[in-house]
Design a protein. Sequence first.
Length: 456
Amino acid sequence: MNKFFESLTLKLTVVFFVTAIAYVYLLTIGIQRLVFNEEVRETLGYYQSGYFEYMLEDLSYPPDLVKAEKIVKAMPLDMKIYNENPVWSSSDDFPDIASIDFQLSGLNMAKVKADIEFGRETSLEGVEFSRYQGRTYTKIPYEEFTIVMVNPKFSQPIQSIYILELVIGITLIILLVCFTSVSRIFKPIQAIQEGANRIGNGELDYRIEVNQKDDLGKLAKQINLLADNIEEMLHAKQMLNLGVSHELRSPLTRARLQVEMIDDDFNKEDLLTEINAMEAIISNLLDSEAINYGHKKLNLETFSLKESIKKVIENSAFLKEKEFGPNGLIVEADIDDVSIEADQILIEVTLKNILENAARFSSLDKSIIEVSLEKYDESSIQISIRDYGPGFSKEEIEKVTEPFYRTSKSRSRESGGFGLGLYLCKQIILAHQGLLLISNHEAQGAVVSIQLPIEQ
């Protein structure tokens, strides 16, 4: 419901509708003020009473029935003349006059008031009106006679005028036309919003299709141009990374061969360590870029995630060498087991990097890593890995998955990190349509959560 009321089209339509209602209301008030203005009422009352006076003059006194019949034939009304007894009636369908609730004419009273004010002789002081069974009745006192006129004639069918229904119908039609027009004008906004979301989520090859040549069409073209520029820059970056990485491998291979020929074992070991570190950086960089840009196809298979976690823990040389506390490594699984469809090798690489990262920063007094596996929802699972280390600062949490970023606790080479581990993990998880979330535990340490769909 909130999204419905956030619609720009709906808002504009409501503005137009409220404006129309206000206009009609003010117009009605203006007409009413005009109609009920004393001067206007006096003028209308004077002409109305004058009209009845002329008709009575044509009718003569006492009423001439022949003239009365001519008046009825010439005008769209029926007439009844009576005194104490019925005198004449143009139709037998006249109802009982006593059953009709007549009201004194306000316009006629305005005429009487005007006559008194200007010193004229007042006349037709008792003209009364009533609306009865769809017809308008007028009762005019004429000396000892009373004349009743009805419009329309009884021989004519009553034409119902549904003013309220008509106004509502016209209003709804106008509102529908207004809403359709506004929707058509702002239809490109939905396409622009969808395109911006898809481009923002990484679909840089997506382009917004808008044929309009107005401001919205220009905006769509600018967003498409922005996506083109970003795609070109990222492609250039990718080519640079891949090119540099490939070019570095050849001299590194030659350097390794030359180092192997050195007799000094102490210097030889240091040089080989540096070469291995550079090769690891290049390998991680190539893998990250290949996954990021879709050049590495996922080898999907169904496997037990719980077994993969145990396998990584058992086979990790770093975890075996690391000295844990008396409780050792704690693995907690909230469900018996879960089988997921994913690239098993890449998922195990991710788990290995995160577990070794957690072990690297665990405190000496509490060298414990907690691993939990739970069902996130009906279609995905969540793996949470917690350490009891110092955690991250707010700035580090925002940048820790960027390439070559290393926290203040891991600046030294002895810490074993190159700033590419979590970046590679993030690319692997994103390639599986998952999420990698990093946060600080409320008590102590950091928590890395991996959300993965059960099926790809």
